[in-house]
Design a binder for this molecule. Structure first.
Ligand code: AMP
Ligand code: MG
Length: 416
């Protein structure tokens, strides 16, 4: 991968820039594992394989309320079978010791063990019970409504692998194998440095021409959700010396996210100050909108190499570029296998035209029905518009070629 050591422009396409961060991420490794309780582990990454402590299911399980039968006994219907017992979920050994002989059936509940002799379960809806007999009105195939023992997982086999991000589904597996604590990788430390003379912290009153620093907090939220430990540094003013001091602090983290000061303005000092630390730049811009001035590289400071991103300061640009480029590094530092971006397609609700020569990520709302998912642009005032992004739940991805988009047309959508 080509790098530039000065601030020479390295403007990449979206695809190339994404490839550059994925390649970089592939060389990173996670911190040490720790044992955490299941809920504390949610959002972090498994540092161990979860294996089956017994067969799943541990017994042939009925998936219906009904009657355990021999399929051959109900091949011709109606068929009248003698009831020899009842088997409840969690059945005692006595109940599950029932043995179904020819012409016999047992009443059975969902989740109960299918008794010996039986090879199918007739749903209660297709049977009528009276005087110790059941009349079956519909034939069943052998194996119908039964999940065989060990068919989901056999004892000792892999259920969820190391490198999987822990979600409610992982928690379910861990709980099902009796694990109250699981090994996950420590959250990587992600330093967040907002820059700009106009910024004031959220617990101070802003002057008439000042604005509150929202980026540090939105980024911290994105970092935390991605499994990182955000560390918000004090806001850096647009002064090279003070910026340099705070950058040094940021280089101590596993990844440094800087916001603002990467555009072409006179007081956009981030690249220049990074260059004074002999930073290596992998790109200094990407042909996207919002987020074109995004910068990626690394710095070796006090024998430690730290990757950094300079994210554009407009709040929506910060959010988009975090998701597109910073997220893969946090995944890798968290021990997660590489994750593709969550793209989908949906029908466009209203037409629009665009003409920028850039790959655009436009705030939108995905809705509609399960039969017809629909997506619609949110009206916005550009990449500083916090109201618009807070009403959105996705971006419509617009390719660089000038294009018109018609209502009903399928468009690519990037989910948050
Ligand atoms: P910059 O990237 O520094 O040129 O900033 C672009 C726009 O984003 C300006 O309007 C800034 O005031 C705004 N901005 C920069 N940093 C932040 C921040 N931390 N929180 C909210 N808005 C910001
Ligand atoms: Mg600025």
């Amino acid at each position: 991968m080509a790098t530039t050591s000065a601030t020479a422009t390295q403007l990449l396409s979206f695809t190339d820039a994404r490839q550059a961060v994925e390649d970089y991420a592939a060389r990173l490794s996670p911190a040490e594992p720790e044992m955490l309780s299941l809920l504390d582990a949610v959002g972090l990454v498994l540092a161990e394989d979860l294996t089956a402590d017994r067969d799943f299911p541990p017994f042939p399980r009925s998936t219906r309320d009904g009657y355990a039968v021999r399929a051959t006994d109900v091949a011709d219907v109606p068929a009248r079978l003698r009831l020899i017992g009842e088997i409840r979920a969690g059945a005692s050994v006595d109940q599950s010791d029932i043995n179904i002989g020819k012409g016999e059936a047992a009443e059975i509940m969902t989740g109960a063990p299918v008794p010996r002799g039986a090879d199918a379960v007739v749903m209660v809806e297709y049977a009528v019970q009276s005087d110790g007999f059941v009349t079956v009105r519909r034939a069943v195939k052998k194996g119908e409504n039964i999940v065989p023992a060990g068919s989901e997982a056999i004892q000792g086999s892999l259920m969820v692998g190391r490198g999987t991000r822990v979600t409610h589904t992982t928690v379910a597996v861990a709980a099902a194998i009796g694990r109250a604590e699981i090994a996950v990788y420590h959250r990587p430390r992600i330093a967040i440095l907002a820059t700009g003379d106009e910024l004031v912290d959220i617990n101070l009153p802003p002057g008439p021409n000042e604005i509150r620093n929202s980026n540090s907090y939105s980024l911290a939220a994105q970092v935390y959700a991605a499994g990182g430990e955000p560390q918000i540094l004090p806001v850096a003013p647009d002064s090279a010396d003070e910026l340099a001091l705070l950058l040094r602090k940021g280089f101590e983290a596993d990844l440094l996210l800087i916001t603002g000061g990467v555009s072409a303005g006179k007081y956009d000092l981030v690249e220049q100050v990074l260059a004074s630390f002999e930073a290596r730049f992998l790109f200094t811009g990407v042909r996207i909108q919002p987020g074109k001035p995004v910068v990626f590289g690394n710095v070796t400071f006090r024998d430690k190499t730290t990757p950094f991103f300079g994210l554009p300061g407009n709040p929506v640009s910060t959010m988009v570029t975090f998701q597109l480029f910073a997220r893969p590094l946090i995944d890798a530092l968290s021990g997660a296998a590489p994750q593709p971006l969550p793209f989908t397609t949906a029908a466009l609700k209203s037409p629009f035209t665009t003409k920028t020569g850039l790959t655009r990520f436009l705030p939108a709302t995905l809705g509609g029905t399960h039969k017809q998912p629909e997506v619609e642009l949110v009206r916005w005032q550009g990449s500083g518009d916090l109201m618009a992004i807070s009403r959105s739940n996705c971006y419509i991805v617009v390719p660089p070629d000038p294009e018109q988009f018609a209502a009903g047309e399928a468009v690519t959508v990037l989910l948050f």
